[in-house]
Design a binder for this molecule. Sequence first.
Ligand code: COI
Length: 355
Amino acid sequence: MLTTDSTFEIKLSKTSSIESVDFDNIMFGQVFSDHLFYMDYIDGEWTRGVIEPFGPMSISPATMCIHYGQSIFEGMKAYRQPDGSVSMFRPGANISRFNLSAQRMCMPEIPEDIFMQALVELVKIDQKWVPNNENSSLYIRPFLFATDAHVGVRPSNSYRFMIFTCPVGQYYNKPVRVKIEREYTRAAIGGTGAAKAAGNYAGSLLPTKLANEKGYDQLLWTDSKTHTCIEECGTMNVAFVIDGKMIIPSPSDTILNGITRDSAIKLALDLGIEVESRTVTITELEKAAENGTLNEAFGLGTAATVSLMSTIGFDSGDYDLPDLSTWTVSSRIKKALDAVRLGTGEDKHGWNIPV
Ligand code: COI
């Protein structure tokens, strides 16, 4: 079916795979909603966007993004509200960060109004895919990649912008064991660590695999120069509670400016929790672990939401965090964040955008 009363060309799917989905047991990132959005950048202009059935696409083997990694993405979420409607959480912040990533990777920005309209129309068309279960949501994945078929390193002249969505449950279904990484580096000053560039994630795979082999789930990256300061996990920003105070590494050239991180800080301050956004050293963490003041450690991300850490692997050995029943900071932040996103609490910062 084809509808035309939109800025975009809309080709609706004749079938839906939703009946085959077990919404109570969704594996993160493995189930895709019926439609996707795409829009091409050709000869210096964005062409008309298209919404069409989700499916494979055909590209040249010489497509530049495959060879030279000019590819960026975002992750955001939409939530079912108590009245059955659907709201996206802070999509404007993701759009701004996407365009910053585009600048850093020498790619064209997406006009903000078209980006927002594409999100709203796509999520509206597939709104039955937004889960209703606890800890579930519709994950939205916008991405942009170089499409020139060309061998040779230069910025591409043509690009494709796409969005697809997938119903998701939890990214981590149990508290994670993290190892402080002091040999490999995720991001260096002047590099691309603050952008959501595809290559940043590829570079993390080998060190993460090595940590997995030692029984850890994730890495806590450290700065590339001295390997003495905690940065982020790659899949999420990180925060610690030391002596009741929330301590969180500040965004930088090498630490992604996380939207969940920002939301958590604002909600923590609303809740009267003391927050320090600053450099966090391994020494400080290790001392706090030794003297019993390291109360909580958790990750913050769109996919990960608020993910608790069970163990931190220092060079000197593993530190098991205190029993989760004693964690009051992360639990209050998660509760407050859930209440806003799920529409059961006041949205005093105006973060929810209805579709
Ligand atoms: C997100 O949180 O949306 C991300 O892009 C991180 C990725 C590990 C899924």
